[in-house]
Design a protein around this ligand. Structure first.
Ligand code: AMP
Length: 563
């Protein structure tokens, strides 16, 4: 199927871009019955809806020869909920209409309003913007909507959710009554229907949602992590995905507070929602997420109940939920209205079996993968950085001046380096995770005469590995690596020795740091397990030696990697 547009210049622009066939929403708006009519379209981001309304509004913008109509004031107005979306729409319309001579001006919150005013004065056929900023320009007389031929409301449901109803109404009321109105929305709740009824006439309803909706909207991933490494894994997952908005679920308000503090410290734009926050704090947190001042929300199940955040594409279960129902409920914060979402479970190794059973029982097809490593994050950063820095910019006069001064002082290479560094500096550092990146713990030493032995309820069947068991023991027992001796791993447990001088302190700390919920249990063992040989130091001291009952002695430098 080819694009059925009568405007050859638009067809050429699509072809030059490599778009050979229309998406379903594009095909639908180009049908003869849609010609010239108001449209109310259910379509989501990713469906090609921007090009769809770009093509649909062509008859109001172009002469029959394909050149843009001469007009004093804007002919087309596109209103989008966020600055990012408005800029994206503006870029798409710019290439689509380039050959027609149409000028596209963008008016969005957070940009220099004086520059936008000047651009509007200079003349524009297409104006794209966010509701608040467009309304400002309208009220100050910079935006003249009296000659408008077509208005597009993009992601109308989000605009209403974000409280822009009045702005939209004021803008539409300032346009001619016989303008064409194209309303695009992922969902069609009552307020949208009411808006359409008020501002549209005999609108044609188009829904391509079902046609575009492939399989499930939420992709589940599970990652087995060393218990001591969960927080680092959270950091890496956030940094790898760089989701527009992400929500992290914890089991208790204490854990929410702790994770929130720790992510804030690392430079993430993060808010918290838990039972300890007042309604007012809650509203502030949600508002910060909606207007993108914050991109991460740490929450308990109860506090996050009922919230619906546009653009939420990542849910991380920092603590494994009680059951599959809670898991699905939490995960359902994303993948809404047909958008794609990812739900990630961070599973402490000892819990892996249990989680596998839970997923199987609920028929949730989760993919078990390794947490993103620091190297993978750096590679993803490099790609993102390149696409950000290579994107076209709309420089102002003063930007040009500063650029010229920079070029007079420094080489282009130095300036490029400074730019890269400035962008990088804003990103929180990824973490080196124990099992994937960290070198195996080093060096045994003497001093284990009269050591004490303990049992940890994690064994080979839980993927026990000295690489993560050792840090876990250190964290729980407040001792250093050098104070832990041999670690002996069996199918169901680890036996390990602690240097005599610190054994009592270790036991005390282990009892104090015990967490009810994490499934980790450390208890002292009477006497010395038979044939529990001590490591000798140096290299190659993995202990394969058959112990009693076929058990295996493993020096903690054991080569096995958890998978
Ligand atoms: P949107 O739903 O408007 O956010 O578009 C999603 C992406 O699909 C954008 O990058 C568009 O440029 C691209 N796109 C739009 N139409 C087509 C098409 N017919 N074929 C291939 N890609 C398209």
């Amino acid at each position: 199927m080819t694009f059925q547009t009568p405007f050859a210049l638009l067809g050429d622009a699509l072809a030059a871009r490599g778009y050979s066939a229309p998406t379903s929403v594009q095909a639908a708006v180009l049908e003869a019955e849609a010609d010239g009519r108001d449209l109310i379209v259910s379509a989501q981001t990713g469906s090609g809806k921007t090009v769809a309304f770009g093509l649909a509004m062509a008859p109001q913008l172009l002469e029959t020869d394909g050149r843009v109509r001469a007009a004093e004031a804007p002919l087309a107005l596109v209103i989008a909920p966020t600055r990012e979306l408005a800029l994206q729409v503006s870029r798409e319309l710019a290439w689509l209409y380039e050959a027609t001579g149409a000028r596209v001006v963008t008016c969005v919150g957070g940009m220099d309003p004086m520059r936008e005013r000047r651009a509007l004065q200079h003349g524009a056929q297409i104006v794209v913007g966010t509701p608040g900023r467009l309304r400002d320009h309208l009220e100050r007389g910079a935006l003249d909507l009296r000659g408008l031929a077509v208005a597009v409301l993009d992601e109308a449901d989000e605009m209403l959710d974000m409280g822009f109803r009045e702005d939209l109404e004021e803008l539409l009321d300032a346009t001619p009554h016989d303008r064409r109105t194209l309303l695009f929305s992922a969902t069609m709740p009552k307020p949208i229907v009411a808006l359409a009824r008020r501002y549209q006439q005999d609108a044609l309803r188009i829904s391509t949602v079902d046609a575009d909706q492939g399989h499930g909207d939420i992709a589940y991933q599970a990652m087995a992590i060393a218990p001591a490494d969960i927080e680092n894994a959270v950091v890496n997952v956030l940094r790898f995905h760089e989701a527009e908005t992400a929500i992290l679920f914890c089991a208790t308000r204490d854990n929410v507070r702790h994770l929130h503090a720790s992510l804030t410290e690392r430079g993430f734009a993060v808010v918290a929602l838990s039972g300890e926050h007042s309604q007012n704090e809650r509203n502030h947190a949600l508002q910060a997420l909606r207007d993108r001042r914050a991109r991460v929300c740490v929450a308990t199940d109860v506090a996050a109940r009922g919230i619906d955040l546009p653009g939420l594409s990542l849910v991380v279960h920092v603590e494994v939920p009680r059951d599959a129902e809670v898991l699905q409920h939490r995960s359902g914060r994303t993948g809404r209205a047909g958008k794609k979402g990812t739900a990630i479970l961070l599973v402490p190794y000892p819990r892996r079996r249990r989680v596998e059973m839970m997923l199987r029982g609920a028929r949730i097809p989760a993919e078990w993968i390794s947490p993103p490593s620091a190297a993978e994050i750096r590679a993803a950063d490099a790609d993102r950085l390149l696409s950000t820095l290579l994107a076209p910019v709309e420089p102002s006069e003063s930007d040009h001046e500063i650029a010229a001064r920079l070029l007079a002082e420094r080489s282009a290479e130095d300036i490029a380096l400074a730019l890269v560094q400035a962008h990088r500096a804003r990103l929180p550092q990824p973490e080196e995770l124990l099992a994937s990146d960290a070198p195996a713990p080093q060096g045994p030493r003497p001093g284990f005469e009269g050591s004490a032995w303990f049992r940890l309820n994690i064994g080979r069947r839980h993927n026990a590995d000295p690489r993560w068991v050792l840090p876990l023991l250190c964290r729980r027992g407040h001792v250093s690596r050098s104070e832990i001796g041999a670690i002996r791993i069996t199918a169901n447990e680890c036996l390990f020795e602690v240097a005599a001088p610190v054994a009592a302190r270790f036991l005390d700390a282990v009892r104090r740091t015990a967490e009810e919920d994490d499934g980790v249990e450390i208890v002292p063992v009477e006497g010395k397990p038979r044939e529990a040989a001590r490591h000798q130091g140096g290299r190659g001291d993995h202990r394969p030696g058959p112990g009693p009952r076929g058990k295996k002695f493993v020096h903690r430098k054991g080569p096995r990697q958890p998978h």
